[in-house]
Design a protein around this ligand. Structure first.
Ligand SMILES: [Zn+2]
Length: 284
């Protein structure tokens, strides 16, 4: 896990204040100057939601996506949702600026007293409070929040599924970062390859976690039913050339009486890609 958390030390969050990778404000101005009538800003999709931290009882104002405002463009094969004008995944980690407690929105409240104690001892004690309040997060800031979230999950001995879900979303977020940089032409092939490697490292851990969770946990898992988790394991296994696992999962979805037609259609699409990949591998 050490590689995944690299950079957390720098998360004294002071450093992040100077990272302005995307210069969003400037881009928005450029777009305006280019003669667009209305520029939808990321802030238009966001509002502050107030939470009480279950570890230090401080107040957290979390930037939150307005429900129903963002328009879904498509989902990637591994179910990553892609929205117009906004990357909601950036805003799914709630992080306490006072003590460092961080969790995905779905898991924010459910903390036992021993978990809170573990976070106090292992996270809060060394955590530098975050003073600057941000209207939006850059991708880099969002990735740092996911790393802190994952560190919290490890410290509190979260279930495998929760850790897998954090890794999955972090992987998706990093893919979005790569796509965004590519679109803006602000990157080099070398940098893109590094970003891809980071994405794959998170997704590899997501796969491991979901495979472990599938053996030990019940459904729904991270809000997903059994078919969806199996589908995800199939696609991620294919990504990492574990073709046997992928084939097994896809076959079980295709014969499952509880799988929806939509899921079966998606599984058929994966099967096609999978067969091509297996053929290619045999040819080499
Ligand atoms: Zn706190």
């Amino acid at each position: 896990m050490a590689g995944l958390l690299a950079g957390l030390g720098a998360l004294g969050l002071k450093n992040l204040e100077n990272m302005d990778l995307f210069e969003e404000k400037k881009d928005e101005k450029l777009a305006k100057d280019a003669g667009k009538k209305t520029v939808i800003q990321e802030t238009d999709y966001l509002f502050d939601k107030v939470y009480e931290c279950p570890v230090c009882y401080g107040q957290i104002k979390a930037r939150t996506i307005k429900v129903g405002k963002a328009r879904l463009l498509h989902t990637d094969m591994d179910l990553r949702p892609v929205y117009e004008n906004i990357e909601p995944i950036k805003y799914d980690v709630i992080s306490c600026p006072h003590c460092g407690y961080s969790a995905l929105t779905r898991y924010f409240g459910g903390l036992t007293s021993s978990q809170a104690k573990a976070i106090k001892e292992n996270i809060s004690r060394a955590f530098n409070p975050v003073i600057a309040k941000k209207d939006t997060y850059t991708y880099e800031e969002a990735v740092a929040r996911y790393k802190l979230c994952l560190a919290n999950a490890i410290v509190k001995h979260a279930k495998a599924s929760e850790k897998a879900y954090i890794c999955l979303k972090a992987g998706w977020l990093i893919r979005g970062m790569g796509e965004s940089l590519e679109k803006e032409g602000k990157t080099s092939p070398k940098e893109l390859a590094e970003i891809k490697a980071q994405e794959k490292e998170f997704l590899k851990n997501a796969l491991e976690g979901f495979v472990a969770a599938r053996q030990a946990e019940s459904y729904p898992m991270c809000g997903m039913d059994e078919t969806t988790v199996d589908y995800l394991i199939a696609v991620l296994s294919m990504e990492f050339e574990k073709y046997e696992v992928a084939s097994k999962m896809i076959s079980s979805i295709l014969v499952s009486p509880s799988a929806t037609n939509r899921m079966k259609d998606k599984a058929r699409d994966v099967k096609e890609v999978l067969l091509t990949k297996i053929k290619e591998k045999k040819a080499n």
